[in-house]
Design a protein around this ligand. Structure first.
Ligand SMILES: Cc1cc2nc3c(=O)[nH]c(=O)nc-3n(C[C@H](O)[C@H](O)[C@H](O)COP(=O)(O)OP(=O)(O)OC[C@H]3O[C@@H](n4cnc5c(N)ncnc54)[C@H](O)[C@@H]3O)c2cc1C
Length: 357
């Protein structure tokens, strides 16, 4: 790595980890450019807007365990881009509904999950719709190549926050240790269905009419969120996000999205009291997340290497694959990588931002 004080860093991926890394570096006074293949920031915290409704398509909520993430979430709450949700969370076993009393704080993005990553991207140099499909190294510097033949650089460091199979494609020609680390993390898939219903779901005896979310023990469906009860949403009708179990998702990965959505909605119908029918469906669809969650047993972080990887040549990896399968893990991984890269050069510019470990 160059020891110059004008260290310039490329971050690949504008999900929560890439943006946490970029913000931490930028707050230390370093030059950062983020490259994102999608139309906007968000990654697995993306949301989808239809004329009649908005729904979160990836992560539905997050919890807080680590003190530095708690301080970050406090800033998001103050900025109005996050709020508590869900507090009316149920657990469904067959047709039996239990209120979930675990006392844990949970939050989501306001007015949609992607508000958080949009907030983090403010003031960051971000190239969207720019997929990086190769790296090269010349004169001790990194260059990034996109499919249109453009070459971006030079950079002293490249931090890759893409899920491990996508990161592998970028590092395997350059560093076998990083490539082996990427190969070792197994990514599970997740089908995320959505359904906009013409009227509210039928009542379930003993359950408040405005229950917000439910976790399911069995069947294809793992989680259902009622987006109309998320904070800050414009008024909208019954808008469900239906997340499938990883095993079911892996088995049905190549199915047609409409068929998947029907199966997930049917699974929800099975939990309702006998004789009740689902309302008419206005809109139905599903998104296939091929790399939704790193398999817990294959994540070998945080020990012994920490919750990111970095080589002497300035090639680095961050994201949930290096710590754990949650938003908090992804943020911590990106933040910690940013601190590590900035440490020899730090010139803090934003006193409100955390520089803690
Ligand atoms: C359906 C689903 C439900 C979930 N539910 C929860 C939940 O309830 N609570 C929770 O805490 N977590 C949840 N998670 C997990 C959470 O969303 C992730 O852990 C977290 O968002 C990962 O962030 P990341 O920045 O590591 O990766 P990502 O969000 O995947 O970001 C990586 C980014 O890199 C971009 N990218 C990839 N390759 C390239 C390339 N070659 N060039 C340019 N850009 C590239 C991608 O487009 C993406 O934007 C859920 C995930 C899914 C899919």
């Amino acid at each position: 790595m160059s020891a110059s004080s004008t260290l310039s860093i490329a971050v690949i991926g504008a999900g929560i980890a890439g943006l946490a890394c970029a913000r931490t570096l930028q707050n230390a006074g370093l030059a950062v450019t983020v490259f994102e293949k999608s139309r906007g920031p968000g990654g697995r915290m993306t949301s989808r807007r239809f004329d009649e409704a908005t729904l979160d398509l990836g992560a539905q909520f997050f919890s807080v365990r680590h003190e530095s993430f708690r301080r970050e979430v406090t800033r998001w709450l103050a900025a109005g881009v996050a709020a508590p949700w869900p507090w009316k969370l149920w657990h469904i076993d067959g047709k039996t509904w239990h209120y979930q009393h675990d006392g844990r704080e949970r939050y989501c993005g306001q007015p949609r999950m992607s508000a958080i990553t949009r907030h983090l991207a403010e003031g960051v140099a971000l190239h969207t719709e720019c997929r990086i499909d190769g790296l090269s190294r010349r004169d001790h510097a990194w260059w990034l190549h996109d499919p249109h033949g453009a070459c971006h650089g030079p950079f002293d460091c490249v931090a890759i926050s893409a899920p491990s199979p996508q990161a592998l494609a970028l590092v395997e020609d350059h560093d076998e240790t990083l490539a082996a680390a990427c190969r070792s993390v197994v990514q599970r898939s997740c089908w995320a269905g959505w359904a906009c219903l013409e009227t509210p779901l039928p009542a379930v005896p003993g359950v408040e009419h405005d229950w917000q979310a439910a976790q399911l023990a069995q069947g294809p469906l793992r989680f259902v969120a009622r987006n109309q009860y998320k904070p800050g949403r414009a008024p909208q009708g019954e808008t469900l996000t239906l997340l499938a179990h990883p095993d079911w998702s892996d088995q049905h990965l190549e199915d047609e999205p409409q068929i998947v959505a029907c199966r997930l909605l049917e699974a929800l119908a099975q939990t309702l009291p006998p004789g009740t029918a689902l309302p008419r469906v206005g809109r139905l669809g599903a998104h296939r997340w091929r790399f939704a969650h790193p398999e817990h047993s294959t994540i070998n972080a945080p020990a012994p290497d920490g919750d990111y990887r970095v080589t002497a040549a300035g090639l680095a990896l961050c994201g949930d694959a290096w710590r754990g399968p949650r938003i908090e893990d992804a943020w911590l991984s990106g933040h910690h990588l940013g601190l590590a890269l900035a440490a020899p050069h730090a010139q803090p510019t934003a006193p409100g931002d955390s520089h803690d470990l």
